[in-house]
Design a protein around this ligand. Structure first.
Ligand code: HEM
Length: 226
């Protein structure tokens, strides 16, 4: 049994203020260190158009397919890493999200019988230490906060009314609870500085940016749309 997470939830309950103040410090530092890569994701044309309510249905399907292809292998990797580092000890359980995206795609006419588009590689997602896992989870769970904003924007889009939106609704409904869980997890690290967390977080933002911007994969995804 890995003892990298030696704290038990009841200890956190007694020291509620301690973990909150520690996680706030970590969050502030990570936010600062990843500000540029986070902002560059905001400038992704699909996210921008979704936010502005101007994304076409076809581009929306491509966005879902890209997110799905990103999360499908990553979900498995993160489930294994959470198990390896016993994150359940501090009540953190990773929730896979590729399934929700697949359901939304099905609602948009994506035929799951057709060959799937190739999934992204996850070599960038090193989970050899709890700090690396924490950096990745900071970004992946933080993306729900952005997803909640996008859920609202989608509600205002006539073009996307009736489209598969389960993923964004899930982000909206679960972001606060999951973010709290993530902050609690990050607070139980015993670290000298946050450079390992920050590098992993930055690599995660970068990996998503690169994947969202890659042109060739859009064609591959198009080829497998119904
Ligand atoms: C256009 C798309 C996006 C929008 C509009 C957006 C918006 C936001 C907003 C408003 C917050 C702050 C929420 C709060 O503190 O209450 C936030 C936080 C965050 N978002 Fe984004 N986001 C987007 C995309 C993403 C994506 C794709 C990722 C990661 C893959 C991401 C990662 C994060 C993280 C890690 C935080 C937490 C930052 C912190 O420490 O405060 N976001 N986002």
């Amino acid at each position: 049994m890995n003892d990298q997470f030696p704290f038990e939830p009841r200890i956190f309950d007694k020291l509620e203020m301690d973990w909150r103040s520690k996680s706030n410090q970590i969050r502030t530092a990570l936010r600062k260190k990843t500000q540029d890569s986070h902002n560059s994701l905001h400038q992704n044309p699909s996210f921008e158009a979704l936010l502005a309510g101007t994304l076409s249905r076809r581009d929306y399907v491509q966005l879902l397919a890209k997110l799905w292809a990103f999360y499908r292998p990553l979900d498995q990797k993160l489930i294994s890493a959470c198990k390896e580092f016993n994150t359940h000890i501090v009540d953190f359980r990773y929730a896979p999200r590729a399934r929700l995206l697949a359901e939304d795609l099905a609602k948009m006419g994506f035929n799951p019988e057709l060959p799937y588009p190739p999934a992204t590689d996850t070599n960038w997602a090193c989970c050899r230490t709890p700090a690396q896992l924490g950096g990745i989870l900071y970004v992946i769970e933080g993306s729900l906060l952005g997803g909640a904003v996008l859920a609202k924007a989608m509600g205002r889009s006539d073009e996307l009314s009736g489209s598969g939106q389960n993923y964004w609704i899930w982000c909206r409904d679960h972001c606060r609870r999951r973010w709290d869980m993530t902050m609690r997890l990050l607070a139980c690290y015993d670290y000298q500085d946050i450079s390992e967390l920050a590098s992993a977080a930055d690599a995660t933002f970068q990996a998503m940016s690169n994947w969202m911007e890659s042109e060739n994969s859009i064609e591959e995804i198009e080829g497998s749309l119904a």
